[in-house]
Design a protein. Structure first.
Length: 330
């Protein structure tokens, strides 16, 4: 039996800070129409797909930051056309965006992704849990990574959703580097994981490893797919945004760990594959039959030996602005 999902990984080239929101929406619509013309059931957009990767800038004025980069509603005035076109074409989509909302009278900000079905209804939502970078402005860095300042840690866990004929999950960017991401989804029987990313080549906190960014992009996604018997669709926003280059390599990865489609440019480009969800079965029922072979009760107490978590002396300076309590450093 085959449960085929035709997937269009819709990589985005750079979005400059000066680019209009209308120009971005136009690009997303063009990719959606191209995906439909290829026969896709779902088009997968990157993380923070509506704007430049703004966490590289220190923007202390919250009102200005939210006005320029955050969505107060989804669909909202700019994005409603995506939902309407998806319903008209009969195609689902995954979209990453910066979410600001008020819950129980408290303003919340998240790095968020949604799954929308072919009728234009939101059927899944995820809020990024692994926020990389640093919580405080570091003027000595040529490029900031201020996700810990701009977003709260996601509060939805790693849920799975029954849509597109299978069990679907999501993660966002840095999440893809952590084995827990895939295992928590794998333990729920996930068959396809959508992951958008914006990954600058230069990481001031580990500049010695910049040359390995492409290798260390694919490595965890291929391993995570194989070790949890799931498809993984990783989609980049890439190219040079306001002077800083981000990696591409948007890929569709099989439960075997093989890359079955990959973008080869740093521009708007679709990587397309017919993904058989039943390809997961041989791995879920043989090598990675968790019930038959996995033995968490024998692994011993899962704790970290003192100092094992951060073996190096922390060099964090006191933060220059109060970071919300839940950002407490360990
Ligand atoms: N970006 C990066 C990522 O995890 C990063 C942060 C860059 C981490 C380079 C390590 C090296 O791909 C996001 N948005 O998480």
């Amino acid at each position: 039996m085959s449960r085929i999902v035709k997937v269009a990984a819709a990589q985005l080239g750079p979005i400059q800070r000066a680019d209009s929101r209308a120009s971005v929406i136009g690009r997303l619509l063009a990719l959606m129409r191209e995906a439909k013309s290829m026969g896709a059931d779902v088009v997968v957009y990157p993380e923070l797909a509506l704007s430049a990767f703004f966490t590289k800038w220190y923007i202390p004025d919250d009102a200005a930051l939210e006005a320029e980069f955050f969505e107060r509603e989804m669909p909202g005035p700019d994005t409603r056309v995506l939902f309407e076109e998806a319903a008209r074409l009969g195609i689902g989509f995954h979209l990453g965006y910066a979410e600001v909302t008020v819950e129980a009278g408290v303003k919340r900000r998240f790095n968020t992704a949604i799954l929308v079905d072919a009728t234009g209804q939101i059927v899944g939502k995820y809020r990024k849990i692994h926020l990389p970078g640093h919580p405080d402005y570091r003027p000595e860095y040529p490029i900031q990574d201020l996700e810990k300042m701009y977003f709260e840690i996601g509060d939805l866990g790693f849920p799975v959703f029954d849509v597109f004929g299978g069990v679907m999950g999501m993660c966002i960017c840095n999440d893809r580097r952590w084995p827990e991401t895939y295992r928590v989804l794998g333990l729920q029987g996930v068959e396809m994981i959508f992951c958008g990313y914006n990954t600058p080549i230069h990481n001031p906190m580990a500049a010695s490893e910049d040359h390995l960014q492409n290798f260390q992009n694919l490595l965890p996604m291929q391993a995570g797919a194989y070790q949890n018997a799931s498809w993984v669709v990783g989609v980049a926003k890439c190219g040079v945004e306001d002077g800083w280059e981000m990696i591409g390599q948007s890929s569709i990865i099989s439960p075997s760990g093989e890359i079955v489609a990959m973008c080869s440019t740093l521009e708007d480009e679709i990587a397309f594959a017919r993904c058989d969800l039943d390809r997961t079965a041989v791995y879920k029922h043989a090598v990675f039959d968790f019930a038959a072979h996995r033995r968490p009760e024998h692994y011993g107490l899962i704790t970290s030996r003192k100092g094992a978590i951060s073996p190096f002396p922390r060099t964090d300076r006191p933060t220059e602005r109060t970071v919300p309590a839940h950002h407490d450093e360990e």
